[in-house]
Design a protein around this ligand. Structure first.
Ligand code: CAA
Ligand code: NAI
Length: 246
C-alpha cells in the first residue's frame, strides 16, 4: 500500500480483535501505532514492536470527551502528529426489541456512536491544522441490513455511516477523508458471545463464503482506505462480508 510508511495511526479498541489485527497490519506497512483501548493494550504494543515499528498504549474510555482529548494529546506527545484515526472500539448488548432495556440502548449508543463523535472531535483540530488526515470507522453488516436482537447496535452502525458521509461533504475541501468499513461476522470475542446454536444455524449457514471473516481480512480494508491508493475515496462504505450482502 502506498503512503503508509511513518504515518501515525491511532486505533481505538486496539487491545484485541479487529483493532489488534489492524494495528499489526499498519505496522507491517511501516506506520507508527497508538493502541487506544479501555482494556490493556500491552500485547498489541508488543506485536507491533516485534515487527520493528513503534507503538504506544493509551488507556481511553471513548464515552468520555475528556478521555478522548487526553488520548489525542498522548498520541501527539509520542509521535508529534496524528495522520489516521480508526474509530473501532465497540460493544454489543443484544436483546430482542421487546426485551431491550433502556440501559442496553444507552450503553451501546454511548460507545459505538457518541464514542465515534468524541474521538473524531478530539482529533479534528489536528487534522484540520495539518490539512491532511483520514478518519475510518468500523460500521457493520448489521448497520446496513439490521439483525435480530440488535436494535441498539444497528442504530449505531447505521449512524456512523451518516456521520462519515456528512464529514466527507464538510471537509473534503480541507484535504481530509472519511470512510467506513462494514465487516461481516468476524472471528473475535464479540462473535464468541453469540449463542452457539444461533451462530451455527442462523448466521454462518447464510454466509455465502461459508465461514466467518478473519480479523486480518478487515484490517486489510482499513489499510487500503488509509493509503494513498484510496486518495479519491471519500464518504464510502466498504463491505467486507464474504458476499453476505449481495
Ligand atoms: N439471526 C437469526 N435468528 C436469530 C438471531 C439472529 N441474529 N438471534 C436469535 N435468533 C433466533 C433464535 O435462533 C431463536 O430461534 P428459534 O425460536 O427458532 O429457536 C429465536 O431467534 C429467539 O432467540 P433466543 O431463544 O436466543 O431468544 P432470547 O430472547 O433468549 O435471546 C438474543 C435473544 C439475545 C438476541 C440471542 O438470541 C442472541 O444473542 N442472538 C444473537 C444476536 C446476534 O446476532 N448478535 C451479533 C453479535 S456480533 C456483532 O454484533 C458484530 C457484527 O457487527 C456482526
Ligand atoms: P472486540 O470485543 O474484540 O474489540 C472491541 C474493543 O473495544 C475491545 O478491546 C474493548 O476493550 C474496546 N472497548 C469497548 N468499549 C470501550 C470504551 N468505552 N473505550 C475504549 N475501548 C473500548 O470486538 P471486535 O469484533 O474486534 O470489534 C471491533 C469493532 O468491529 C467494533 O466496533 C465492532 O462493533 C465492529 N464489528 C465487529 C464485527 C464482528 O463480527 N466481530 C462485525 C462488524 C463490526
Amino acid at each position: 500500500m502506498r503512503g503508509l510508511k511513518d504515518k501515525v495511526v491511532l486505533i481505538t479498541g486496539a487491545a484485541g480483535g479487529i483493532g489488534k489485527a489492524t494495528a499489526i497490519r499498519f505496522a507491517e506497512e511501516g506506520a507508527k501505532i497508538v493502541v487506544a483501548d479501555f482494556a490493556d493494550g500491552a500485547q498489541t504494543v508488543e506485536a507491533v514492536k516485534a515487527l520493528g515499528s513503534q507503538a504506544v498504549y493509551v488507556k481511553v474510555d471513548v464515552t468520555s470527551t475528556e478521555s478522548c482529548q487526553n488520548m489525542v494529546d498522548a498520541a501527539k506527545q509520542a509521535f508529534g502528529r496524528v495522520d489516521v484515526l480508526i474509530n473501532n472500539a465497540g460493544i454489543t448488548k443484544d436483546a430482542m426489541m421487546k426485551k431491550m432495556a433502556k440501559e442496553a440502548w444507552d450503553a451501546v449508543i454511548g460507545v459505538n456512536l457518541t464514542g465515534v463523535f468524541n474521538c473524531t472531535s478530539a482529533v479534528l483540530p489536528t487534522l484540520l491544522e495539518q490539512q491532511s488526515g483520514v478518519v475510518l470507522t468500523t460500521s457493520s453488516i448489521v448497520g446496513l441490513y439490521g439483525n435480530m436482537g440488535q436494535t441498539n447496535y444497528a442504530a449505531t452502525k447505521w449512524g456512523v455511516i451518516g456521520m462519515t458521509k456528512s464529514w466527507a461533504k464538510e471537509m473534503a475541501k480541507n484535504g481530509l477523508r472519511f470512510n467506513c468499513v462494514a465487516p461481516g461476522f468476524t472471528g473475535t470475542e464479540m462473535v464468541r458471545k453469540i449463542p452457539e446454536q444461533v451462530l451455527q444455524e442462523k448466521i454462518i449457514i447464510k454466509i455465502p463464503a461459508g465461514r466467518l471473516a478473519e480479523p486480518e481480512e478487515i484490517a486489510a480494508a482499513f489499510a487500503f482506505l488509509a493509503s494513498d491508493d484510496a486518495k479519491y475515496i471519500n464518504g464510502a462504505v466498504l463491505s467486507v462480508d464474504g458476499a453476505c450482502t449481495i
